[in-house]
Write a protein that binds this ligand. Structure first.
Ligand code: NAD
Length: 478
């Protein structure tokens, strides 16, 4: 008999804790140490007034620092009507493990402001963002060596620029002030490649999983990402870049898309650039030529259509006991945080679905945020020192090859070989390396510990082991 979750579902935080507990059993670590690694170190809830038109609104907001085993702490800021303390705690907890998995030396944190940003004008959102930032400054909860926010659901580079500017107003003499927040516009001390980073990382992670012959054989699929079908939920920052890069660089066929207004399905494939243009012009994905429509109330049904890869890239708790049994995708790529509840995961794993977990798969954002933070602290663009030197060295090599072989190398080939790396090349290369090596670290744990049968548990074990060694080296725990 199917065990249905109550209407409220397993909460996001309960799911994260249950994933942690499942993995903790495989570590053999002291229970006290595991408890310290699990709990949120600091939870701040605040209320502040903002004048909107002629009225005052009291805004509820949070910043949670999950772990101080490494500082600064790091994690995005979410603007959403659904923000609540447990949600921010769940997201902050995930951040700690995410950073550990991709070897980014931060503790986890997260912020949330309980507003629907689309109900406010840009100048009202600016007012709220600046006021939230000054609350963080007053509590010493933001700063390049303290706690470094970034974008998340409902926020982007615009909000990060306001946060930086507000922080700078209070800390005019902090030479590293630009490192107080990441995801800033490139013209405001941001880094090239940050906006696409989470989606690009999701693509690298999916590609790596699809390259595993063993796993693809078990799913009855050919190895390699090319030609695989994909359904995406959410066309925001993460969902749109994941789709565009999967289509353009991975030759993936997007056959379904869900957004707030409804969902569409087209077996012959949806050109994602076309769809994004269509939505910009019409304000909706519905009505996209040749696609079957799912009205708003039925939009989740598209997640149940047959496909190779299902990418939930919107919010948590999207695959629950209500729909897990109907999911036909062979791979679920968790681009969003917490899209699958822990109970739904049990059902999916029994069905043989491979779940590429959020704490690994969407870590591309924090990885490139780390690069941005390093750039801010070094006060120099990546590639500035070595680009010309490398370019000249490669030119000399090409000249030498020409001289020794007597063959001349064409202009196109020369331009391809003899070039120095720009910031964007280095960021993408660093991100790709991170996603590939972290995936193999996780797979290695599955190989070594035969009792671990899913990627999420292996990812948690990898992270817990790394964090525990920090605590153990401090001598606090036996
Ligand atoms: P976003 O605000 O840019 O986009 C979210 C999109 O999802 C929006 O287009 C929204 O309309 C859509 N959406 C909301 N509810 C939906 C529903 N029920 N069905 C279909 N679509 C729906 O947010 P984002 O930054 O892309 O974040 C998405 C997810 O990725 C979140 O879980 C976030 O925590 C996670 N994440 C984001 C980043 C980042 O760098 N932005 C990094 C790591 C993880």
């Amino acid at each position: 008999m199917i065990e249905l979750e109550p209407k409220s579902q397993t909460s996001f935080y309960e799911s994260v804790i249950s994933y942690f507990d499942k993995a903790a059993k495989h570590t053999g670590l002291h229970p006290g140490l595991l408890e310290q690694i699990k709990v949120c170190n600091a939870v701040y809830r605040m209320h502040f007034p903002v004048k909107i038109g002629n009225e005052y609104r009291v805004i509820e907001a949070y910043r949670v620092q999950h772990s101080h085993h490494r500082t600064p702490t790091k994690g995005g800021i979410r603007f959403s009507n659904h923000v609540n303390q447990e949600e921010v705690m769940a997201l902050a907890t995930l951040m700690t493990f995410k950073c550990a998995i991709v070897d980014v030396p931060f503790g986890g944190a997260k912020g949330g402001v309980k507003i629907n940003p689309w109900e406010y004008t840009p100048s009202q959102v600016e007012k709220i963002t600046r006021r939230y930032t000054s609350e963080l400054v007053r509590r010493n909860m933001i700063g390049p060596s303290v706690d470094v926010p970034a974008p998340d659901y409902g926020t982007g580079s615009r909000e990060m620029a306001w946060i930086y500017d507000t922080y700078r107003t209070f800390n005019g003499d902090d030479i590293d002030a630009a490192g107080c927040v990441t995801g800033k516009p490139v013209t405001q001390h941001g880094i090239r490649g940050r906006t696409e980073a989470t989606g690009r990382g999701v693509y690298y992670g999916i590609r790596e999983a699809c390259n595993s012959r063993e796993d693809m054989k078990e799913l009855g699929l050919e190895p390699g990402i090319a030609g695989k079908t994909m359904i995406v939920q959410g066309l925001g920052n993460v969902g749109s870049y994941t789709s565009m890069i999967s289509q353009d660089e991975g030759d993936v066929k997007i056959i379904g898309v869900a957004e707030v207004e409804g969902a569409i399905y087209k077996e012959s494939g949806i050109d994602i650039h076309d769809l994004l243009r269509f939505r910009k012009e019409t304000g909706s994905i519905l009505g996209y030529p040749g696609a079957t429509v799912f009205e708003k109330k039925d939009r989740r049904a598209v997640l149940e259509m047959e496909c190779d890869i299902l990418v939930p890239a919107a919010l948590e708790n999207q695959i629950t006991m209500e729909n897990a049994h109907n999911i036909k995708a062979k791979i679920i790529a968790e681009a969003a945080n917490g899209p699958v509840t822990s109970k739904a995961e049990e059902v999916l794993l029994k069905k043989g679905v491979i779940i590429i977990p959020d704490l690994y798969l969407n870590a591309g954002g924090v990885t490139v945020s780390y690069f941005e933070w390093l750039k801010n602290l070094s006060h120099m663009r990546f590639g500035r020192m070595e680009k010309r030197f490398n370019q000249q060295t490669y030119q000399n090599l090409v000249d030498l090859v020409e001289r020794l072989t007597g063959h001349s190398i064409g202009e196109r080939e020369r331009a391809m070989v003899a070039r120095g790396a720009d910031e964007i090349d280095l960021v993408r290369s660093g991100l790709e390396e991170t996603m590939i090596s972290s995936y193999h670290q996780i797979r290695e744990i599955m190989k070594r510990k035969r009792k671990i049968e899913d990627l999420r548990t292996a990812a948690f074990v990898s992270a817990i082991n790394k964090i525990s060694s920090d605590y153990l080296s401090l001598g606090i725990f036996p």
